[in-house]
Design a protein around this ligand. Structure first.
Ligand SMILES: [Zn+2]
Length: 334
């Protein structure tokens, strides 16, 4: 007998939502997803699924195996081409929680002890948002960062981990949530750090970052490059944290409400119209991915909010204002 689907992964760009039933997404949220994803949700939850012939199962398996082998080969080629991928720091972890069986180093955040001095040094070097905070706010930032870090498990898919990894990824989360009372993103238990681009499945694609299930995944190469260019409007760390906030507060709360969800209505009011305008504009602030659906538009708007706040405010003051309300902070200070 075919079984009802218990959980279902809804892939939308670089976000994969694991949902138990369509009730996990409100009708409005489902309507915002691209048509083909809406269709796949409907299909997934139809009462009966046709049992596919065993021949089809085998051919599906063969295709899957073929794709996997090709993907594995490509990863190997990329690794060989790029030489030693992680070369930005000499600070290796001192932890010993190595679990080679998984192919990744694994560190429980509660076992990672960083002094305030160490966190301050790392953030001053790489995080310009932190650099611009007053002394008192820097203290709050570090205290929040430590709490966030302690609640996560870090997986580093390389044979070397660096102190900057958990500190700076946590700093990105604290940056985006700095105006919010709740900043721990408890739904996301895992932070997975790849040295560089990695493959995502369903569909097979190359990713610089994504959120999937209870994990926030990032390419360290892109994460670090983006933080080293703090005014180019591109920041994969903030982009994925923006998706994580959506998953945490909009998609996993059922019909419950929360302050983030209420404030998000301000963004919801302006997003469709601006996407339309920007699609027809030469020299748009937004790339085609950002304009492909409202969730990508939100994540990219957050990148611009932090990296090109004056441009964003000048072009779309109502959009800038809505993000100020949602994140409860302002960035256009000049
Ligand atoms: Zn995205």
């Amino acid at each position: 007998m075919p079984q009802d689907t218990l959980t279902y992964a809804v892939t939308d760009g670089d976000t994969v939502y694991i949902i138990n039933s369509p009730d996990d997404l409100t009708a409005k949220e489902i309507k915002k997803l691209p048509p083909e994803i809406q269709e796949s949700i409907r299909k997934s939850f139809s009462e009966k699924k046709e049992v596919e012939g065993s021949q089809n199962d085998y051919s599906f398996f063969a295709v899957g195996l073929f794709v996997f082998l090709i993907a594995a080969s490509l990863i190997q080629i990329i690794k060989v081409w790029s030489g030693k991928p992680v070369s930005f720091s000499d600070n290796e972890f001192e932890g010993v929680n190595n679990q080679p069986a998984t192919g990744c180093l694994q560190y429980a955040g509660r076992d990672l002890i960083f002094s305030n001095t160490e966190i301050n040094r790392i953030c001053l070097k790489y995080n310009s948002y932190y650099c611009n905070l007053s002394g008192e706010k820097k203290d709050t930032f570090i205290a929040r960062l430590k709490k966030f870090l302690q609640t996560k498990t870090f997986y580093i898919c390389s044979n070397q981990g660096y102190k900057e990894m958990p500190v700076l990824v946590s700093a990105a989360a604290i940056q985006i949530t700095f105006g919010l009372d709740d900043f721990l993103l408890p739904y996301f238990e895992n932070i997975v750090i790849h040295p560089q681009e990695y493959f995502g499945t369903n569909p097979l694609r190359i990713l610089e970052g994504n959120v999937q299930g209870t994990s926030i995944n990032l390419s360290w190469k892109h994460f670090l490059e983006d933080y080293q260019n703090p005014a180019d409007g591109k920041n994969v760390g903030l982009h994925e944290m923006a998706h994580a906030l959506q998953v945490q507060y909009l998609f996993n709360t059922g019909r419950d409400t929360n302050e983030f969800k209420e404030d998000f209505a301000y963004f919801d009011k302006v997003d469709d119209e601006i996407i339309k305008t920007e699609k027809n504009r030469l020299g748009s602030l937004f790339d085609s991915n950002a304009l492909s659906n409202v969730n990508e538009f939100w994540a990219t708007s957050v990148e611009l909010f932090f990296e090109k706040p004056l441009d964003l405010k000048a072009r779309h003051p109502e959009l800038y204002k809505s993000i100020c309300i949602v994140l409860n902070q302002g960035t256009a200070t000049e």
